[in-house]
Design a protein around this ligand. Sequence first.
Ligand code: CP
Length: 359
Amino acid sequence: MKTSNFLGRDWLDPELSYTREEWDTLLDVGFELKKRFAMGQDTSGILKGKTLFTMFFNQSLRTRSTFDAGIQQLGGFHSSLEPGKTYTPARKGFDIPYKTERISDVARMLSRVGDAIAIRMYGPPAGWNYGFAHATMQEFAEYADCPVINMECDKYHPCQALADLMTIKEKFGTFKGIKLTMSFAYSGSIEKPRAVPQSVVLAAALMGMDVTLAHPEGYELDPEVVKQCEKYSKQYDGSFQVINDFDKGFKGAHVVYPKAWGAHTCFNYFDPKTGKKIKDQDHKEATRVNELAKGWMTTKKQIDMIDKNGIYMHCLPADRGQEVTDEVIDGPKSVVIDEAENRLHAHKAIMALLMGGRL
Ligand code: CP
């Protein structure tokens, strides 16, 4: 197992910046650490004495608890830097006197005293400006001498994608020939990031799966993500299609992943080069398409259409009674707790490889 090419790297958008082979290594290391955890083996030498700083601009259960437990199980320490209790890190041009601190200073300071900086930011802290949170993490990475880890931004949730690939591999033993449908699901909340669906379709296409993206009109993902999925499907001998039919996405699928995300009208858009605003969010239109999507709830009817060995996935938290019925999410096809558990092993693999563990 070759691991040295990971040392010191950032984990911002690995669905684009890490190779297929590197994802295979991450999966191998995740399974190895899961095995050692199950056998009660001591792994505290792997990141002995190393420090992980986390910054959560949004709420979290799974990501927070598993990074915290994971670094300690590898022998390191966790320091939670709550924005608001520190001076809120700000990008160049977004400073507020005595409330914010320029990211260049924060990143350079933390690099001197710790070994990785992990950040979660999307939605309100980024003003629902699509790409702002990702650009914030890129600015951290520009100045930090240690790895910067994306714990979910407004474009990608690669930690979730790695744990989900682990879960699929455990259930089917392979990615080849596995039909995965990433589907929109209804939620009463119109404002949600599209990080999970974007990372899941990219990671699945990278692994050569047969990927279907299902959503109502108005819920299109980033066109760049769709383009990259098409490219990966050709490169890795899988397939990729986009459909606007809820039930069709379930028929014969091995993996169904129905999950709410925001309509494209719930975001503001900027030109990434000039910073000039291109389009304002339109809540009236986002509400209109959301009302039309009320039927996109996963019930037993849809689950009865999937492959006999098929599984239901969701990153959690789920909006029960809106995205999915209790009967489905608590039913025999559901693997949502396995996915959540795999967050621990996936995050340990990311930290061990990027922060310098020797397995
Ligand atoms: N799926 C996920 O990232 O969960 P949390 O928001 O609880 O971290």
